[in-house]
Design a protein around this ligand. Structure first.
Ligand SMILES: [Fe+2]
Length: 225
């Protein structure tokens, strides 16, 4: 049977946003992040539940790196501007956004972050503060057709035909990253990273909500941090 009578159409693509922080600003923010990480206040530091060589700073429910370290205020403003641009560029309206959670991550060699999603958030992002592409693990976006037993809901799957490679049967898509870049994506996308080969993979993760969540007609609520 030939494939000449079959056409496959990619539908409803996801939007991954990429912005870059200008070099001078990036240098300033990197200096602040390194100070926070190198002289940690015990109250702000925690270890990742699944990986003891991955530390987080200000990721507890009553913490937010921008609230706890006001010297990063300008970065918060910039990330909100990026997110509004992202929302408008993909064809939606929003007047104001709030970063409801923001925290630093520092991974040592051999650290990883298991596949996960961000709950209670609409858009999530990561700012790559110290990142050497040859040795620090890229971000992976996982294919939700192929959850390999880690699914959070019952689901059906088919075995992969190893002789055929398509955009639909890949386990994951690795996103190449440059230091100072900011990636944005829908919070419910499965993501993570592994095979990190060097210390000090430093990033700032954040969750964003519209100040007013509404369909534009009937239903709405507003968000305060
Ligand atoms: Fe994440």
């Amino acid at each position: 049977m030939s494939n000449q009578d079959l056409k496959i159409f990619p539908i409803l693509p996801e939007a991954l946003g990429l912005f870059v922080i200008p070099p001078e600003e990036h240098c300033h923010y990197k200096g602040i992040a390194l100070k926070i990480i190198n002289k940690p206040n015990d109250e702000y530091k925690s270890q990742n539940i699944g990986c003891s060589t991955l530390s987080h700073f200000c990721n507890q429910k009553n913490q937010n790196i921008f609230k706890n370290f006001p010297e990063l205020k300008n970065l918060e403003t910039t990330l909100c501007e990026f997110t509004l641009k992202y929302i408008r560029s993909i064809g939606f309206t929003c007047d104001e956004v709030i970063i409801t959670d923001a925290w630093l991550n520092c991974g040592s060699a051999n650290s990883s972050q298991a596949m996960h999603v961000h709950s209670n958030s609409l858009i999530s992002g990561t700012y790559y503060i110290n990142f050497v592409p040859d040795v620090h693990a890229p971000l992976s976006i996982f294919n939700d057709r192929l959850l390999q037993g880690t699914a959070r809901h019952p689901f059906l799957e088919l075995p992969i035909d190893q002789s055929v490679s398509t955009p639909y049967n890949q386990q994951q898509l690795r996103i190449s990253i440059e230091e100072s870049s900011v990636l944005l994506w829908k919070s419910h996308i499965l993501h993570g990273w592994d095979n990190n080969q060097a210390d000090n993979r430093i990033s700032l993760s954040f969750n964003v909500m519209p100040k007013v969540c509404t369909d534009g007609y009937a239903y709405s609520f507003s968000v305060n941090r």
